[in-house]
Structure formats: structure tokens, C-alpha cells
Design a protein around this ligand. Structure first.
Ligand code: ADP
Length: 236
């Protein structure tokens, strides 16, 4: 089943076609990798999918609804959540309270939010820092907390924007395990990452962009090893 689909999605900045007639589909339950050299248009695609930018042309369909002009808030309410922009930690309250606030913002009762918060802190190896202010966490711990805030009420689709960048390898593995477990439970993800070994490991399918266009899509390894993709990375 197709959960998310774009038709002819396009965005220009001045004379630059940042995204040029892009058609992408995301199947329910998959982890789709979105890769490509710097400047290929990945962030602009995510910005449009999550309602941060309005497309110049084209459509976005989410669960059979045309959501092209919806705001980030409307999309998040429908279950399309972009991580590391939508979920911002509050530095002056504890990790536990951050999760509580995130849960209550998603209309969970305080009791339900507290019970989910405790389970997520455990799963994300943050129990030992649960009563510390979120502002005192390391960058990687903060990203783990953001995962927790995003999943206090699991979205229908999570758009992950370079979640592994500048994160300690141990926490990177905690994050990857978290994604694997959620995927096994049926969670759908779109993952933008420069970390090719992790993309190969996590993503069943990948779409590669270059100069605003999709240049390859299919099983991840086949995409990364295809001639146009190698050429695009060498040319960059
Ligand atoms: P990626 O995420 O793959 O690195 P981007 O989507 O950030 O690529 O950028 C695609 C192209 O659009 C690049 O040429 C970039 O310089 C241009 N671009 C992105 N955002 C803006 C903007 N706000 N203003 C002008 N040009 C932009």
C-alpha cells in the first residue's frame, strides 16, 4: 500500500531547479532511503513533504488525501512528522518532562504519557538522565530524546533528516536499533542520510537524486552501485 506519493513535485530558487518534477512513492511499512550528493534537492523535498515549503508545482498525497498545501501542524496531526525540526527539546525541563509535554501535546492523558515516557527512556538508554535538564544532554542524547518525543505517539510516517550526523557510534547504534525495532512493528520511515553503510543496512529501497531529479530508485544496494549514481557522486 502506498502511504505517501509525490507527482511532479517541483521547486525553483531563482534560476535553480532545486527539485524538478520529482515522483516518489513511499510504501507503508518500509524504510525508504533518500540519498544523493550535496545540493541534489533532498532537503528541499523533505521541506515540501513536511509543509515547510510550498511547491511551485506538483502534488503530495498522503494516505489518499491531497495534502499539498497543508501546514506542518496539520501534517503532524495527520501523522506525518519530520524529526529534528518538528520535535524541539525544551532545555530547561527534565528529559522525563519533555516526553510528558510531547505526549500531552499529542492528546495523551498524563498517566498514559508518563507510562510511555518511562518505557521510551528505557528503550533509548536515557533512564539514568531522565531527571536532568534536557539542556545538559550531549548532542547524541538529545537526538535520542527527540526520537522519544516523536514516538510518544508513533506517527504514521517519520521523516528523518540526517539523524546520525555527529552522533557518537554507540548512540548511533541505539538509534539504528530503535529504527529497526519500530520498522519490525510496521512503522514507515523516510531516511535522509550520508552514512551509506547505515542506509544499506536499514533501507529496503532507496531513491537517489542529483541536480533536483530522481536518477535511480530500487533496492538500496542496486541503486548505490548503479552507474548514474556513482557518476553523480564522483562529479560532485
Ligand atoms: P541537499 O539536501 O540534497 O543537499 P538542497 O535541497 O539543500 O540539497 O538544495 C538543492 C539546491 O537548491 C541547491 O542548489 C541549493 O543551493 C538550492 N537551495 C536550497 N535551498 C535554497 C534557498 N532557500 N534559497 C536558494 N537556493 C536554495
Amino acid at each position: 500500500m502506498t502511504l505517501l506519493k509525490t507527482n511532479g513535485l517541483s521547486k525553483h530558487f531563482g534560476g535553480v531547479a532545486a527539485v524538478d518534477k520529482v515522483d516518489i512513492t513511499v510504501q507503508a511499512g518500509e524504510i525508504l532511503g533518500l540519498v544523493g550528493p550535496n545540493g541534489s534537492g533532498k532537503t528541499t523535498v523533505l521541506n515540501m513533504l513536511s509543509g515547510f515549503l510550498a511547491p511551485d508545482a506538483g502534488e503530495i498525497w498522503f494516505a489518499d488525501q491531497n495534502v499539498t498545501r497543508m501546514s506542518t501542524v496539520q501534517l503532524a496531526r495527520r501523522g506525518l512528522l519530520r524529526m529534528f525540526q518538528m520535535t524541539r527539546v525544551f532545555p530547561r525541563i527534565s528529559c522525563f518532562d519533555n516526553l510528558l509535554v510531547a505526549g500531552m501535546a499529542m492528546d495523551l492523558s498524563e498517566r498514559e504519557a508518563a507510562s510511555r515516557a518511562a518505557a521510551l527512556l528505557e528503550e533509548l538508554t536515557l533512564t539514568h538522565v531522565q531527571y536532568l535538564d534536557a539542556g545538559s544532554l550531549s548532542g547524541g542524547q538529545r537526538k535520542l530524546l527527540e526520537f522519544g518525543m516523536c514516538f510518544i505517539k508513533p506517527p504514521r510516517i517519520a521523516l528523518l533528516d540526517e539523524p546520525f550526523a555527529a552522533v557518537h557510534p554507540v548512540m548511533r547504534e541505539t538509534m539504528a536499533d530503535f529504527i529497526r525495532r519500530r520498522h519490525a512493528l510496521g512503522q514507515t520511515f523516510v531516511l535522509v542520510s550520508h552514512d551509506m553503510p547505515i542506509v544499506v543496512d536499514l533501507c529496503q529501497r532507496a531513491v537517489c537524486m542529483n541536480l533536483g531529479r530522481v536518477i535511480a530508485e530500487g533496492p538500496t544496494r542496486a541503486v548505490l552501485e548503479s552507474a548514474p549514481v556513482i557518476e553523480a557522486y564522483l562529479g560532485n
